[in-house]
Design a protein around this ligand. Structure first.
Ligand SMILES: Nc1ncnc2c1ncn2[C@@H]1O[C@H](COP(=O)(O)OP(=O)(O)O)[C@@H](O)[C@H]1O
Ligand SMILES: [Mg+2]
Length: 386
């Protein structure tokens, strides 16, 4: 019998549209091609409404000119968290489907940040990709740095603060920032896609860049800029035993890799990732490549990643010093273009990810979550009966 798998995408995040691409190319396409699953697309609209209709298995549904009008004709679904996860289409002829596995395909807030994983954990069903904890930590650039640096993984020197800190002790923070090696990068801590990131070359531009970042996030970091930058990324899959894809080097033209470079400049064929703008495998020497692979695995492990993730690195071009920049727990389109290069097709990839999800779910079953105690009986207060 085919398993019911729900691919969950869209969502209330700046990366809503990118998520639609990831969900379809390659996830839904590949899951259907396995012939092993009934695929239930669950689309969360920008306003947070949940929909599910088989027509949404085709990306063209989301490209229609009258998309909003058509969507408004769709019935919203309800989700039941009763011994697993069920999709309900309410109405006179209501329908229920029991979901066996979830495949989160949501980037950014409420999806990649662990929120969705929390919901799926509560429902007690297996789901693909990183669990709640790794997702939440990886979504926070400062927490990521704090955790991996305790494992002796090199990170770029930085200063971090909240909106409140900036209001209360601006001078102390400016003093700290002035001690970093300039130029510096100012970044909101929880966003992706280079949104609100500024490279600051002069002191006079610092406050404005921080205000911009604070407009999008209440936690901000300022870090040294790595000059003569070689930027590489390493997609990884696995729970305990890890499989590495090729080290990939994005060849960006602008001062830094921004939203347009990532998603738009590749044109239609790119399917969301800038495949034409990357060098795969990166043309770097063997020793450096080995170092990156080793750091990638240690970072994945330190954050407690499982299923899939991508570790991004910044390399100083002259000294060849390697810094881990960030971890992405849902690489755009699963970075399937890269997996393909090492012989893992889209179908192989989703099958592996589903197996890894089952494996983690089974091993979590061995953890005891309940504990029998007499504490309630002994607690004070009036007894209702007797
Ligand atoms: N410290 C740095 N030195 C040099 N370039 C940087 C630095 N930090 C970020 N960048 C550039 O800015 C891009 C976006 O920053 P990143 O930290 O990856 O944020 P995002 O989450 O938006 O991807 C990077 O891909 C890189 O090109
Ligand atoms: Mg990045």
């Amino acid at each position: 019998m085919k398993r019911n798998i729900a691919v969950i995408f869209g969502g209330r995040s700046a990366e809503h549209d990118v998520s639609i691409i990831t969900a379809h190319t390659p996830i839904i396409q590949s899951l259907l091609a396995t012939g092993m699953f009934d695929v239930w697309p669950i689309y969360i609209a920008k306003d947070g409404s949940w929909y599910s209709d088989q027509v949404m298995n085709d990306i063209s549904y989301f490209k229609q000119e009258n998309f909003e009008a058509n969507l408004s004709k769709q019935k919203k679904v309800q989700i039941l968290f009763d011994k697993g996860l069920k999709i309900i289409w309410p109405g006179i002829r209501s329908r229920i489907v029991q979901i066996d596995m979830a495949f989160p395909a949501m980037h950014g807030t409420f999806g990649e940040d662990g929120s969705l994983m929390g919901l799926l954990r509560m429902a007690d069903i297996p789901f693909v990709g990183c669990d709640l904890f790794a997702s939440a930590v990886a979504m926070d650039k400062v927490l990521t740095k704090q955790i991996i640096s305790t494992e002796n993984i090199s990170i770029v020197p930085y200063v971090w603060f909240t909106k409140k800190d900036w209001g209360n002790k601006k001078d102390i923070l400016k003093e700290k920032i002035s001690k970093l090696k300039w130029p510096v990068f100012v970044k909101p801590v929880h966003l992706g896609s280079s949104i609100a990131i500024t490279k600051v070359k002069e002191n006079s531009a610092l406050e404005n860049a921080i205000e911009v970042a604070l407009h999008y996030d209440d936690k901000v970091l300022v870090e040294e800029s790595i000059e003569n930058l070689i930027e590489v990324t390493l997609p990884i899959i696995g729970n305990d035993e890890l499989q590495l894809a090729a080290i990939e080097r994005p060849l960006n033209k602008t001062d830094f890799f921004d939203f347009n470079d990532k998603y738009l400049s590749g044109g239609k064929k790119s399917g969301g990732a800038n495949s034409q703008y990357s060098e795969i495998p990166a043309n770097i020497d063997q020793k450096l490549a080995e170092q990156i692979e080793e750091l990638g695995k240690r970072t994945y492990h330190a954050l407690g990643c499982s299923g899939i993730a991508r570790v991004d690195f910044l390399i100083e071009g002259t000294t060849k010093h390697v810094y881990v920049n960030e971890v992405n727990t849902l690489p755009g389109s699963l970075y399937h273009h890269n997996w393909k290069k090492i012989g893992v097709s889209g179908v192989d990839l989703v099958k592996k990810l589903v197996d890894l999800a089952d494996e983690r779910f089974e091993s979590n079953k061995n953890i005891t979550y309940t504990f029998h105690s007499e504490i309630l009986k002994k607690a004070g207060g009036k007894k209702i009966s007797e």
